[in-house]
Design a protein around this ligand. Sequence first.
Ligand SMILES: C[S@@+](CC[C@H](N)C(=O)[O-])C[C@H]1O[C@@H](n2cnc3c(N)ncnc32)[C@H](O)[C@@H]1O
Length: 396
Amino acid sequence: MNGQDPVPPALMLRQLAFVMRASRALYAAAELGIADFLAGGPMTSAELAVKARTDPQSMRRLLRALVAQGVFEEPAPDRFRLNAAGELLRRDAPGSQRAGVLFTAGEMRWQLWSDFLESVRTGQAAVERAFGKTVFERHAENAEESALFSQAMASFSAAISAPVIAAYDFTPFRSIADVGGGTGRLLADILAANPAAEGVLFDLPEVVAATPPLLAASRVAERCRVVGGSFFEAIPAGADAYLLKSVLHDWDDARSIAILSNCRKAMAPKARLLIVERVMPETAERGRAVEAYLLDLEMLIMTPGGRERSESEFRAVLSAKGACQRDRGRTRLTRRSSGRVGRDESLVEVTQRCLHCLNDPHPPSPRLRRGKPSPLPLQSAGEGPFFEPGRAFVEI
Ligand SMILES: C[S@@+](CC[C@H](N)C(=O)[O-])C[C@H]1O[C@@H](n2cnc3c(N)ncnc32)[C@H](O)[C@@H]1O
């Protein structure tokens, strides 16, 4: 043990192996709505058990375990109350994390993570083995799961809106499109902070069908056009800025390139593409980017080839796998001293590499014709210049 490493290795392994229990306890509290029951004031475990229809002893054991983890407090024996973390488990609390907890630690994850080892062995997403379809195809058939996903994404995005708005000057843009923008949390916050701008919220039809309440509550509905469609087909043209937040990490390189290709087609020459994603370090280090690495495993089980990427991996995708001859190699990570939310996210502004490419129809790659048929309009590696990361990656 040295000065920087206060946890003995055996204890560290035990703690890591135990984390699942904390995750399930938190999920149970969120599912049972305990925080909502406590909103009116402290209660005993027996009172909570009646409200939540659980076994009283088990309720007490659950509550004590959560208090020990920092969720809820027990100010006197068998009296439980909300603390700051407990407040955020309330359904309607500002910045509520309840949907995020249900989504991250709920039954679907439990089922899919039990099959994790097979994904490591084969590289195949557990979701494909379990359901025979992608998670988004499943959402299209399951309104409840789709709504939970959108609520969870909105709660994660709420935490990132302020750092994004602080990190980037949106005032030059008259129109801002959020591609794969979910129910519009980030776009609504950007529009609220930029009253002269208009917005386009673009996502799958069944997802945007749920957006009006959020846009109306943020008082930006009249400045925001809502468009349903697939980013593998076409993206609404003509915006000055395009946002892609937490979208590329859902897809493998070929599909990410297809999405970027459609963004480029939609963009006018001076438009900007703003990518907000976690950026993994090139080399793993203890304690660094922990959430990004774990989320990368989540992408392994949940998505068709999705992954968290390092800066060099983003550069490879943005420049169609390094095909560009004029790569100036100036992209670098710039650490900002303020505004980080501790989730390893970065924002990168991307400009079109060269204007003539915009109008040049790119013939389908001969390599693609020889390759496996794909339902997606893939642009293969080596097809030509793609995008230029025009500004440094900025950690937000
Ligand atoms: C991880 S979520 C991110 C949502 C939002 N950008 C955010 O950060 O909160 C990915 C989004 O991509 C959308 N999506 C998936 N497939 C799509 C497609 N083919 N066309 C358009 N949007 C799609 C999903 O509905 C979802 O809202």
